[in-house]
Every structure is written in C-alpha cells, then in structure tokens.
Design a protein around this ligand. Structure first.
Ligand code: 8YV
Length: 312
C-alpha cells in the first residue's frame, strides 16, 4: 500500500512539476484514464487534493464526487474554470501562484505593445531574409505618447500600468473599485476603448467578463486601435474580433490567449494585422520554477497542518 497522500492531477503539467509531485504524493492522472467516470467512482474517497493548471474545469460535478478532497493547488493565477463558490461552501482550500508571475505577464503585455507598434516581426523577417538589399523599409508607429487603456487593475494590470508609464504612455483603466492611483478611471470598457490606442485586457476570465470585448467595444476602440490580450480568450467575442480585424474596424490585435487553446481560429492565423503568441506570458524558466515550488509547498503545508499558504 502507498502511504503518500493521493493527489489527482487533472491535466498534464510541466515535467518538473510532475516529477516533484510524484516524489511526494501518490499521483493519479485523470487525463490518462480511459474511463474517467469509473476512475472517480473507484477513488472517490482516496483523493485528498487536486492539481490543475486552472484552464480545465474543476467543476461542481467533479468536486461533489470527491468528498475527501479539500485542497486544490492551481499552477497559475486564473481560477476561471474552478467552482470557487462550491469550494468555499465545502471548506475546500484553493491555492494560486500569487505574485510570482506578475512581472513576466506585464513584461509580455509591453513586449506585445512595442512589438506591434514597431513592426518587430516583419522587420525581423525583412532583415533576416536579405530583402533589405533590394527594398526600402516601411515606417512603423510610435508607442510613446500613445494612450493605453488597461481593463482590470489588479496586480498584473498595475504592473502593466507602471511599465507603460515608464515608456511615456498615457494610462487609463477600468476596475470594479477605484484604486489609489493617478491614472484616469473609466466607468465602462466601452469608454476605456474609446480612450485607448492600445486596449490591454488584464481581467479575470470570470462569468461577468465573458465576451466583454464585443463589436461595440471594438468599434469604440476604432481603426487606429489595437487590442492586446494576456488574460483569457473568453474575455473577447472572437467572431466580432475577427470581423473587426478583417474589416479594418480596428488596426490590429496582439494575443497570447485564445478561447479554444491550443487551437487558434484559422481566420485569425491568416490575418496580417495580428501578433500571436502561444500562451507564454508566465513561461520563463525563473517563473515556472517558482510556480512549481509554490504548488508543491502549498500541498506539503496542507498535508502537514491542514492549511495551504497562498490562498486564492
Ligand atoms: C497558466 C495562466 O497557468 O496563471 C495563469 O492564469 O494563464 C498561466 O500561468 C500556465 O500557462 C499553465 O498552464
């Protein structure tokens, strides 16, 4: 018999994390089960904790079937697919990798902003291919002095604002409550879009924010506006975005997240006015090593004295 506590891994996690989990816990992998329902029925009382990247559902139905599972460790900060209400009502503790990835995600938001305005990818191709020898260079757009609207001024939104300020950009934001900052606060996402040259989405992928950025918001952003998404794909109404990009209603989009990852809509991949990255905002060696340790430490603390460390 195995005396290590049993942990259920919902979806594949990075090898480093998988290795550490295997060393400390009796790991079950839900995604490897032929018959997940039968597996859950057989192990319903054994599972004491769940590990997830947060973007696969840890929904009521699953939690209801695991009465002994009182901890969920998220490899990330997004809890959009976790039933937090059920968790709170049933004393299930949920940990996130709080603060660890803030700077990396903000760095990527600014990287996308600057790379888009300064045509970085096209220039790289142009230089690398030798095309420069026979062609003149096209101009790009200035980023400094432009207006950046940040939807969601949590830790990540604020880190983006600070960076944008350092680049000489004018900052405005939306948030559920006013923050103690000098930036202009807009009441609605539409007003923020109307203000913005760059509309950066840094809000949770919650129900309230589902497809918040729709045709109306994109129309308000306008033909010189760029939308930047480092939050969740679900925050944008994707068909509206594709139409706006195709019709020139907005200038472009820089996206790290998508509604159906790792699939990216073919129409999006065909456009020239997009800059696409594969959900890598937190994917640095340094941050992922700290995120790995955070998940492990939360579970170890939970099993040692019943309390996770970095609660949602
Ligand atoms: C993912 C993220 O967790 O923290 C988040 O919400 O989106 C990322 O850090 C990471 O990509 C692991 O899948």
């Amino acid at each position: 018999t195995n005396t290590k506590p049993a942990v259920l891994i919902i979806q594949p996690v990075m090898p480093q994390l998988d290795e550490k989990l295997t060393r400390h816990f009796h790991c079950h992998r839900l995604y490897e089960q032929q018959d997940a329902t039968q597996f859950i029925q057989q192990h319903d009382k054994a599972i004491k904790a769940i590990v997830t990247r947060g973007d696969v559902g840890v929904e009521t139905a699953l939690l209801e079937q695991l009465p002994e599972c009182k901890a969920i460790a998220v490899f990330g900060v997004g809890t959009d697919r976790i039933d937090l209400q059920y968790a709170a009502a049933h004393d299930i503790q949920v940990s996130i990798t709080r603060d660890i990835l803030t700077d990396d995600v903000a760095d990527l938001a600014l990287t996308l902003t600057l790379a888009f305005s300064r045509n970085l990818v096209a220039y790289h191709q142009f230089a690398k291919s030798g095309a420069w020898e026979n062609n003149g260079v096209e101009l790009s757009s200035r980023a400094s002095g432009k207006r950046i609207g940040i939807a969601g001024l949590g830790a990540i939104g604020l880190a983006i604002a600070r960076r944008a300020e350092a680049f000489g950009m004018e900052v405005a934001y939306t948030a559920r409550s006013a923050k103690n900052v000098s930036y202009k606060r807009c009441d609605t996402i539409e007003q923020l879009a109307a203000f913005s040259d760059f509309l950066v989405l840094a809000l949770p992928g919650s129900k309230e924010n589902f497809q918040l950025v729709n045709a109306k918001v994109l129309a308000a952003l306008g033909k010189d506006g760029v939308v930047i998404n480092i939050a969740r794909g679900t925050v944008i109404h994707e068909p509206d975005l594709i139409a706006a990009l195709q019709q020139g209603t907005i200038k472009g989009a820089a996206l790290d997240v998508y509604p159906d990852e790792p699939k990216i809509h073919p129409a999006l991949r065909e456009l020239d006015n997009v800059l696409l990255t594969p959900h890598i905002a937190s994917a640095t060696h340094e941050t992922r090593a700290q995120m790995t340790n955070n998940v492990l430490e939360n579970l170890l603390a939970y099993f040692a004295d019943g309390k996770i460390l970095t609660s949602v």
